[in-house]
Write a protein that binds this ligand. Structure first.
Ligand SMILES: C[S@@+](CC[C@H](N)C(=O)[O-])C[C@H]1O[C@@H](n2cnc3c(N)ncnc32)[C@H](O)[C@@H]1O
Length: 211
């Protein structure tokens, strides 16, 4: 794809919270999106936004981008973010993979959070899974040294697949513990975590750092 020679504006902000992307725009500029230079963390597939919102409240010096493609969840999350007037949150309703690949500059994301990604249990649907070698290359490209990837799933077969993929990377090192700013939020981090824990399902977590 050829980029335009004239500089174009960063993704437009619709209201203060939601932003949209258009194919012919240049890469995202966090300073324009947030109007400050604080570090940016991204949650992919935030559902109703519990983790994102609680994190943004506890960590006002971190900027959060929540990406959720399902309209119903997105609207609920946006309504909650607006009601709480969270200045450090921006939301995108789009495909997170496309956004990361096409719009995020190298080393621009301090942390990725992916909680309960759709497991696509049917064999013929597995290629739809978020975690695959191409996506992990993008995660590595967009994290700086010391940047983290934190994930959880109740689906053990998917968890093992993610572990194998991550352990194959020579740039990602598994952390013995999940990062403090995630741990301090408590045990029920997301709506799906609460639901699955109540059903007695085991939750599998992992955290990696770029080295
Ligand atoms: C099982 S739900 C988990 C929601 C939330 N993280 C939680 O734990 O409560 C997975 C969510 O990821 C969203 N999702 C899946 N793939 C996505 C993608 N490529 N881009 C944006 N959202 C995605 C789905 O729409 C869905 O809301």
């Amino acid at each position: 794809m050829t980029l335009p020679s004239e500089p174009r504006p960063a993704p437009a902000i619709a209201g203060d919270v939601e932003f949209r992307i258009r194919e012919n725009e240049e890469q995202a500029r966090w300073d324009r999106l947030f109007r400050n230079g604080k570090p940016v963390e991204i949650e992919i597939g935030c559902g109703k936004g519990r983790f994102l919102i609680n994190s943004a409240i506890v960590n006002p010096d971190i900027n959060y981008i929540g990406i959720e493609r399902a309209l119903r969840y997105f609207r609920m999350m946006k309504e909650r973010v607006v009601r709480r007037e969270l200045a450090n949150v921006r939301l995108l309703r789009d495909d997170a993979v496309y956004f990361v690949e096409r719009f995020i500059p190298d080393e621009a994301v301090s942390a990725y959070h992916v909680y309960f990604p759709d497991p696509w249990p049917k064999k013929r649907h597995r290629k739809r899974r978020l975690f695959n070698p191409g996506f992990l290359d993008e995660v590595v490209r967009t994290l700086p040294m010391g940047g983290t990837l934190d994930f959880a799933t109740d689906y053990v077969e998917y968890y093992e697949e993610i572990r194998v993929l991550l352990d194959m990377s020579d740039r990602l090192v598994r952390l013995a513990e999940i990062p403090e700013r995630v741990r301090e939020l408590g045990s029920d981090l997301t709506n799906f975590e609460t639901k699955y824990a109540a059903e007695g399902r085991a939750i599998h977590r992992g955290a990696y750092v770029k080295s």
